[in-house]
Design a protein around this ligand. Structure first.
Ligand SMILES: [Ca+2]
Ligand SMILES: [Ca+2]
Length: 512
């Protein structure tokens, strides 16, 4: 995954957090206790030596699928799960030629490995850490906000809510209980006091491995290090309950669909396929996707494996759109211009040994954010200016939202922290920044719009989101580090441009 995530996850979202935490020498209190938790190893992982996972995409009819399933067995593959309505079959195989052999089988439209490291590979353990709110900080901010009646204890530090009018919106309409936003991520700790009131367990699952597990608590993070999804969930729907923080849409429901691998934290494609199908089949109105599917930051259509990944995830997300689900996704944290002719990526594949390659972003896609119909969200700071890390691109970014900028855009809040404050596992709170934090703000506004317009289709919701957004326009200069060279080039006009798409989302207009 990877617009952030623990190990890889952090690469996108919060590299700065990591270094800062290290330099301050603080440890997240929650992380160490939980990391001793056992990791499940399936029988298959234990016995099938160097197996890879594959997606095999076919015409979605019973006959074709049955014939392809026979071909899969003949090629030494084992079907893990078949999504017959979209013609996507998840397979494990230890045959090194499985991909080539199955692509030649009748009825197969695309097929390829979803990883470059064997299923048995253990992940790295370079855990990242967020900056948790210390007791002293919490007491200070609570004292400040106690003077603001009707606000949450930590709300004085939530500049992001005020930036999009979410504090005022909550007084008019805080969202409908009939709207659910599913957080496709590292799991959600629904026992957090700020999340418990709004959590929808019946729409939550663990999709790791490609097949949904809905048993009690399966949606929870493996350890407190897998905090990303819990932070995202709070940004969307932390309750206005006199405790901690508030989300953008504190009256809607939030669900968790876990897709991060327990060994390495990666968001493999088959997990994400499962998540979109599960969300669609369980009446989820909106999904938030603060990641890219691993192991490739950009999936190129001239590579058979990467093409199969794009195809499989796209089928799943389109299926959900047809069932009425709107998807929002982070643009990425690489400060890349997705409208340029060439991008140098040296981060992929991120599950084995990355190689440097120059890709054309019109033929190689960041999935899911560049898939059709998905709302691509860039990040801004307190000055309503693109965050230094945010990926952008004219015709690619749809809207912008607060994701934080701790380097160049500092708020006049009690903490002076330019990032986003939200919920963490084990009842804690912490600041993070990234387009991972921007997408959930836009998802929260979309949830308010859905509350006001219950019959709106995904396309209509997206149109409303864009029509109500406020566009700062391209800045005259974007030399954030002050070295005299532009750090990114904003193309377009005051209505739509590469930094902000149609503009920064507006929670207040959504409910007026
Ligand atoms: Ca609260
Ligand atoms: Ca510069």
């Amino acid at each position: 995954m990877a617009h952030l995530r623990s190990r890889r996850r952090l690469a996108l979202a919060v590299p700065v957090v990591l270094s800062l935490t290290a330099s301050l020498g603080f440890l997240p209190t929650a992380a160490s206790a939980a990391s001793a938790a056992p990791r499940a190893v399936s029988a298959e992982q234990a016995t099938d030596a160097p197996a890879l996972a594959y997606v095999v995409n076919t015409k979605a009819d019973r006959r074709t699928i049955a014939s392809v399933e026979r071909a899969i067995a003949a090629a030494g593959g084992k079907v893990v799960v078949t999504y017959d309505r979209i013609g996507v079959i998840v397979v494990h195989s230890a045959n090194p030629d499985f991909g080539e052999e199955i692509r030649a089988a009748r009825g197969v439209q695309s097929a390829g490995a979803t990883r470059t490291a064997p299923l048995t590979a253990a992940g790295t353990t370079d855990e990242g850490a967020a900056d948790f709110v210390t007791a002293a900080e919490a007491a200070r901010t609570e004292a400040v906000s106690a003077r603001t009646p009707g606000s949450e204890p930590l709300e004085a530090d939530q500049w992001d809510l005020r930036a999009i009018g979410a504090d005022k919106a909550a007084k008019i309409n805080d969202g409908s209980r009939r709207v659910t936003v599913a957080v496709i991520d590292t799991g959600v700790d629904d026992t957090h006091p700020d999340l418990a009131p709004n959590f929808s367990a019946s729409q939550s699952a663990n999709c790791v491995g490609g097949k949904a597990d809905t048993s009690e608590g399966a949606w929870r993070p493996y350890t407190a290090d897998d905090y990303h999804g819990t932070h995202v969930a709070g940004e969307i729907a932390a309750a206005r309950n006199g405790v901690g923080v508030a989300g953008v849409a504190p009256g809607v429901k939030v669900a968790g669909i876990k897709v991060s691998d327990p060994d390495n934290g990666l968001f493999y494609p088959e997990n994400v396929v499962c998540a979109f199908v599960f969300a669609a089949d369980h009446g989820v109105e909106i999904t938030n996707n603060s990641y890219y599917v691993d192991p490739w930051l950009y999936n190129c259509m001239d590579d058979p494996d990467q093409k199969a990944i794009v195809d499989a995830v796209n089928r799943a997300q389109l299926y959900a759109q047809r069932k009425g689900t709107l998807h929002l996704a982070s643009a990425g944290n690489s400060n890349h211009d997705l409208a340029s002719d060439a991008i140098v990526d040296d981060s992929s594949p991120d599950d084995s040994t990355p190689v440097e390659r120059t890709i054309d972003p019109s033929e190689c896609f960041d999935v899911p954010t560049q898939l059709p119909g998905i709302v691509t969200v860039s990040a801004t700071g307190v000055q309503n200016l693109k965050s230094y890390y945010s990926t952008y691109g004219k015709g690619v970014v749809d809207v912008a939202a607060p994701g934080g900028d701790r380097k160049y855009q500092l708020p006049d809040t009690p903490s002076k922290d330019g990032r986003i404050l939200s919920t963490m596992p084990n009842g804690e709170y912490a600041w993070l920044q990234g387009t991972s934090m921007a997408s959930p703000h836009a998802a929260g506004v979309a949830a308010l719009l859905k509350s006001e317009h219950p019959w709106a289709s995904p396309a209509q919701l997206q149109a409303l989101l864009k029509a109500q957004a406020n566009n700062p326009g391209c800045p005259e200069s974007y030399d954030q580090d002050g070295d005299g060279a532009q750090d990114a080039t904003c193309e377009g006009g005051s209505r739509v441009n590469g930094f902000y798409g149609f503009g920064i989302v507006d929670a207040l207009r959504a409910v007026k």
